[in-house]
Ligand binder design. Structure first.
Ligand code: ATP
Ligand code: MG
Length: 368
């Protein structure tokens, strides 16, 4: 008989540098960490959020499941980058059915892709009164109507069909069932909101991975603005490769162990400083944009995540350059991890990289 219990999903973050897996056991007493693991991917297998080589990724996924002895085939995964666009839109008050009936035509005006080549989805957002501040969503009301009419705000998500199909094929060919397909930024937001003491207010989540720098400005639980750009740790690795004439693997090693870099120390410092300052400028531009669009809002802090936020001194530099408080995300704060199963030091070290996978593991089948 079918169990009335919501089916728990395995969170699988297929990043360009590594795949992260989180499995939880959620019950009345709390959230227990059942499985956590990471497996590296060969460079070039995923480029800018698109799958370039299916086979090595599928084999890494199978190895990860088998090493961790995870048997649940139902997976929540996410996509990111230029092939997915999330946008807030505002309509005169209307029902979910009414929005669904016209969403394709509306979306056509707001997304840069051919409407026949995207999958569309939307979520109705809480009333604007709950979200103090300007009216920032792109309005599709006739001019002059804003005053009298109540509005329905939605978050529109458009993802290129070919990219979505590739992720579905990848999971199916790894003997898994892709039950939920989310967006990196929203999975992360899910995890951040549960870790926050007070999830209300205005903050910016920054995810610096290997190939992307993701920014998501959130107000009272709703994303106001999100953008992925192609900065990230790989650019440092590539600069080390060309500066010292070493392989990708050697360059990664030099980057991860800067204290052992010997005579390369000075060159390495220059590379790190150059790249990190371009990240800080990109984050600064996003904060300026949010500040000017939502002029009544005060961004309280940046929540930093992603493997590249572990570059020594980066959080402090970000904090001092942009004059805003910076906090590093530890998504494991919201789970109970038995010391007999997980090494606390390892979980602490991996915490910045686990946010997306943990946010995905919080989802269950049938979630919108
Ligand atoms: N201690 C560290 N110091 C510096 N860089 C680090 C450290 N640990 C990991 N990184 C870098 O973080 C990046 C991987 O981070 P993450 O796992 O968040 O990326 P990803 O999710 O695989 O990639 P993306 O989301 O960009 O596709 C790599 O570039 C890696 O070299
Ligand atoms: Mg990532």
């Amino acid at each position: 008989m079918a169990s009335p219990k919501k089916t728990q999903l395995v969170g699988l973050d297929i990043g360009s540098h590594s795949i992260k897996l989180v499995e939880l056991d959620q019950n009345k007493r709390g959230r227990l960490l059942k499985s956590f693991g990471v497996i590296g991917l060969p460079p070039g297998a995923i480029v800018e959020g698109t799958i370039k080589e299916m086979e090595p990724i599928s084999s890494a996924i199978k190895t990860l499941f088998s090493n961790l002895k995870v048997i649940n085939p139902n997976v929540a995964t996410s996509i990111s980058g230029y092939s997915v666009i999330a946008k807030r839109l505002s309509f005169s008050q209307r029902s979910e059915e009414e929005i669904a009936a016209t969403i394709r035509e509306e979306a056509e005006q707001h997304i840069p892709f051919d409407i026949n080549e995207v999958n569309l989805d939307f979520d109705i957002l809480p009333d604007e009164e709950d979200l103090p501040g300007d009216q920032p969503a792109e309005s599709v009301l006739p001019e002059g109507d804003e005053e009298e009419t109540r509005q329905t705000n939605i978050m529109l998500v458009a993802a290129r069909k070919d990219i979505v199909d590739d992720y579905v094929t990848l999971l199916q060919s790894s003997d898994l069932n892709p039950a939920v397909l989310d967006v990196d930024a929203f999975a992360l937001q899910n995890a951040v909101e549960l870790t926050a003491e007070d999830p209300r207010g205005c903050f910016v989540i920054v995810d610096v991975g290997a190939q992307k720098l993701g920014i998501n400005a959130v107000k009272n639980g709703v994303s106001m603005f999100s953008r992925d750009s192609s900065y990230g740790g790989n650019r440092i690795t590539e600069a080390i490769m060309s500066e010292f004439g070493v392989s990708f693997e050697e360059a990664e090693k030099i980057k991860l162990t800067p204290l052992e870099s010997g005579d390369k120390e000075e060159g390495l410092e220059k590379i790190l400083a150059l790249e990190v300052s371009s990240w800080v400028r990109e984050i600064g531009r996003a904060l300026d944009f949010v500040g000017s669009t939502y002029s009544e809002e005060k961004i309280e802090k940046i929540i930093l995540t992603g493997g590249s936020c572990k570059i020594p001194g980066f959080p402090q530099y970000l904090e001092s350059e942009l004059d805003i408080s910076v906090e590093e995300l530890n998504p494991f704060k919201i789970v109970v991890a038995k010391g007999s199963l997980f090494d606390p030091d390892y979980l602490d070290y991996m915490a910045p990289q686990a946010g997306v996978a943990l946010g995905l593991a919080l989802r269950s089948i049938g979630d919108k």
